[in-house]
Design a protein around this ligand. Structure first.
Ligand SMILES: *Cc1c(COP(=O)(O)O)cnc(C)c1O
Ligand SMILES: *[C@@H]1O[C@H](CO)[C@@H](O)[C@H](O)[C@H]1NC(C)=O
Ligand SMILES: *[C@@H]1O[C@H](CO)[C@@H](O)[C@H](O)[C@H]1NC(C)=O
Length: 569
């Protein structure tokens, strides 16, 4: 056959050709590797150039230099803290402070009865009741007498009784089973609807109820992150916060791996600096944040301005009204000055509102609201193929206490708009009374200075002449628990209903303490003692030192010790 002899030849040819092509392929491959390497390198370069560009755009050259300086100082101080001699000294001091704390928080001594295992035989009802009474009566800062700033958002005795009744009816209920507890489902939906209407949600506005402000904020951040990932492919999410925004946003950053940019809130307004926010926006930005009002100073950020930026750049904007809750929406109706903050601003896409703050609902209740389902759907968790069945939950928790929902619903409908307006009158009126005292009383105004122009329930003040933490400690000695703030050093008072009744005493004590601190200072200077000669209370000791540390790892250790202490019997 003519072709039979051709077979080996063609094979050889093929072989040769293969060899040639293999060589060529090798060369090609090498070329390809080079090309790929170059591409990878260029991409890498682009990525870093891009990062550098957005860093410089966002923080400017001076800002970036300051960032670098702060970071370097932190690292160097960190190394200093780890030097052998220093480390042991710091560790001993931290341990001492924690021990001191423990002695104060954890009861000790022979008389203290501890229950660290299940009683082999259950206690009698009377025994439990007696123990509960004793626990309730443990020595504490008297919130009942209005001695505590914030913390207890009490709506009055009648409301408390009603809440307890509501608990009793729904103790076993769990909204995860809406068919078993239809009443709980209905109440929960109604709570969200009532809050939506309070914040002027547009047609299509939706929401979810949660266990507290922190969960509401976590959910809003999660939804923003997921939305940006799904719709824009953002894999390195960032959000822009006023430095005064509640720290729950930083928690969200840590939990959900969202990079945080903090924007200064400078004097005299102490509102977030809008041009800095605008500069920090880049394609990775998933959320802007404003507070109405913020926790430290009780100041409402320029939400209209933030809304304009958000709308123009098409980025979600979350307004934290956790603290403002049922006060901010009613300021105008109660006859006080107000500022725009809610869904009527078209850039606002989500709002957190704590029913358990000035809504006077039992602790453990809050809501997060969204402009539309287009935002809410991204916070849902749905697991379609779990062996336990198709599972869906709206927020962090699985099972949830229906009793709290009943308590929340009962509070809202019992108070009604008039009840909340009335409370707003009392609370904001009291804040203004304290503010006026600090601004105008001759005994106070020369040493204390109100921070910004508070409009809601919190008034913060600092001092340029005295150590403000000495004043906080002085107030503690008189049985008050005010909140110490840092950067800048200050104290705040968050007015609640129990404080309304105690405000005159509060102002009188503040005058007295300021005088005392001033007198002590005068004496110390007259005796020629330096700042070191001063005897410091707890707050002054903690914040006085913490404020000057470039690296706060010591504070972190102390705080960890504090958390551990909470679980010591
Ligand atoms: C209280 C508060 C929150 C949330 O706090 P929770 O303790 O989790 O309810 C958020 N933002 C501000 C401004 C707050 O004051
Ligand atoms: C701060 O100090 C601690 C302890 O020395 C160290 O582990 C940490 O890395 C330091 N922080 C920075 C940013 O270097
Ligand atoms: C009340 O609190 C529970 C748990 O803290 C939460 O699951 C529920 O959604 C809240 N309900 C309302 C109406 O706020």
């Amino acid at each position: 056959m003519p072709g039979s002899s051709g077979l080996p030849i063609s094979l050889r040819d093929t072989f040769n050709a293969r060899k040639g092509s293999a060589r060529r392929q090798l060369v090609n491959a090498q070329l390809n590797v080079d090309v790929i390497r170059n591409i990878v390198f260029i991409l890498f370069l682009l990525r870093w150039t891009r990062k550098l560009f957005y860093q410089l755009k966002g923080r400017g050259i001076v800002g970036s230099a300051v960032d670098l300086y702060t970071y370097t100082r932190r690292v160097l101080y960190g190394i200093f803290l780890r030097l052998p001699g220093v480390r042991t000294k710091v560790q001993t001091q931290v341990a001492e402070s924690i021990l001191k704390l423990e002695r104060r928080l954890v009861p000790s001594g022979p008389g203290v009865q501890r229950t660290t295992r299940l009683p082999a035989e259950g206690w009698t009802t009377e025994q439990v009741q007696k123990a509960l009474n004793d626990l309730e009566g443990m020595d504490h800062t008297r919130w009942e007498d209005g001695r505590v700033s914030g913390a207890v958002y009490h709506g009055g005795e009648d409301l408390l009784k009603l809440q307890t009744e509501a608990f009793g009816k729904f103790t076993v209920s769990n909204p995860i089973h809406p068919d078993v507890f239809p009443g709980v489902r209905k109440m929960e939906a109604e709570v969200v609807a009532m809050v939506l209407s309070l914040f002027n949600a547009p047609e299509g506005g939706v929401g979810v109820s949660t266990s507290g402000g922190t969960e509401s904020i976590l959910m809003a951040c999660l939804s923003a992150r997921n939305k940006a990932y799904q719709e824009r492919g953002v894999t390195e999410p960032e959000m822009i916060l006023p430095e005064t925004a509640h720290t729950a946003f930083r928690k969200a950053g840590e939990y959900f791996k969202i990079k945080i940019h903090l924007v200064a809130c400078k004097a005299p307004q102490y509102k977030v600096h809008l041009p800095s926010v605008a500069r920090l926006v880049n394609p990775n930005t998933v959320l802007l944040v404003g507070s109405a009002p913020n926790f430290p100073h009780g100041i409402i950020d320029d939400i209209s301005g933030l809304s304009r930026i958000a709308h123009k750049k098409k980025i979600p904007l979350h307004v934290d009204c956790c603290l403002g809750s049922f006060l901010v929406p009613l300021l105008a109706k109660a006859g006080f000055e107000s500022e725009p903050f809610d869904f009527r601003l078209k850039g606002v896409t989500s709002i957190s509102c704590d029913t358990h703050k000035y809504g006077f609902a039992p602790k453990g209740n809050s809501t997060v609201l969204y402009r539309s389902d287009d935002f809410r759907k991204y916070q849902y968790f749905i697991s379609p193929d779990w062996p336990g069945g198709v599972y869906a939950s709206p927020s962090m928790a699985g099972s949830r206490p229906g009793a709290l929902i009943a308590g929340c619903w009962a509070s809202l409908v019992k108070q009604g708009e008039n009840g909340y307006i009335d409370a707003c009158h009392k609370i904001v009126g009291t804040m203004k009374k304290i503010e006026t005292a600090i601004r105008e009383m001759p005994e106070l105004c020369s040493d204390l200075k109100v921070i910004g122009r508070p409009l809601v329930s919190v008034v913060a003040f600092q001092s340029h002449t005295l150590d403000i933490y000495d004043i906080a400690d002085g107030m503690s000695e008189k049985g008050w628990h005010l909140n110490a703030l840092q950067s800048p050093p200050a104290i705040h008072i968050a007015v609640t209903l129990p404080i309304v009744a105690a405000v005159d005493q509060l102002i009188a004590d503040l005058v007295e303490v300021t005088e005392e601190v001033k007198e002590r200072e005068r004496k110390r200077i007259a005796e020629g003692k330096g700042a070191k000669g001063a005897v410091k209370g707890d707050t002054a000791a903690l914040y006085g030192v913490a404020g000057s540390l470039p690296n706060k790892s010591v504070v972190v250790d102390l705080a960890k010790g504090f958390l551990d202490t909470l679980y010591k019997v």
